[in-house]
Design a protein. Structure first.
Length: 195
């Protein structure tokens, strides 16, 4: 019971930490990117190699354009303008940089992809656009809430734990999973522009 109370205090304090960011229209339009191929949802789960615990959750959508929902994330790039945790312009190079930033000697990244209809992808992007800035420690919560609002994903349970969300995603028919691993140094600041 004491650990639950401590978790609630931490989450309560984290709720004060949402940092709104809103790139101007001309930046979002300039870097918008449409990726060839079918509409897809790609769930990314960053996992601590030592403990096995989930450290971060993100969700990329390939629809009319390709974007990534990086709630309370620390990754950024001027060529992937951000509006409240939603980054536009997710070219293959931007996606590779995103994964490389998170994957290092202490963390692996689980990448799970599933094809969806263009309508589901459009709804996902709209839900991300309307969600707002996410406080620290709520990456899996916000992502699971967005997923649970999508047709075909209504049964998703919402919660704070990245691994639990990844486990649910793994049960979707047709999901393809791979694990990205790397021995880069734990200091990942060099992956950001200007570092």
């Amino acid at each position: 019971m004491r650990s639950l109370a401590a978790l609630m205090v931490v989450l309560g304090l984290a709720a004060c930490g949402a940092e709104p960011v809103y790139a101007p229209d001309h930046e979002v339009s300039k870097y918008a990117y449409s990726h060839p191929g079918p509409a897809k949802l790609t769930l990314l789960t960053v996992v601590n190699k030592r403990s096995g615990s989930g450290a971060h959750t993100a969700l990329m959508v390939n629809g009319a354009q390709r974007v990534i929902w990086d709630p309370a994330g620390t990754w950024w790039n001027p060529w992937a303008p951000e509006r409240n945790d939603l980054h536009y312009g997710m070219t293959p190079q931007m996606f590779d940089n995103y994964v490389d930033y998170h994957t290092r000697e202490t963390f692996d990244t689980i990448i799970q992809e599933v094809e969806v209809s263009p309508q589901v992808a459009a709804i996902a992007i709209r839900e991300m656009q309307n969600y707002g800035a996410v406080p620290k420690a709520a990456c899996a919560l916000s992502t699971s809430q967005i997923l649970s609002r999508l047709p075909g994903f209504e049964s998703f349970r919402t919660g704070y734990f990245p691994n639990a969300l990844s486990d649910q995603f793994a049960k979707i028919p047709g999901v393809v999973t791979r694990i990205d691993t790397d021995n880069d140094a734990d200091d990942n600041s060099s992956k950001l522009p200007g570092a």
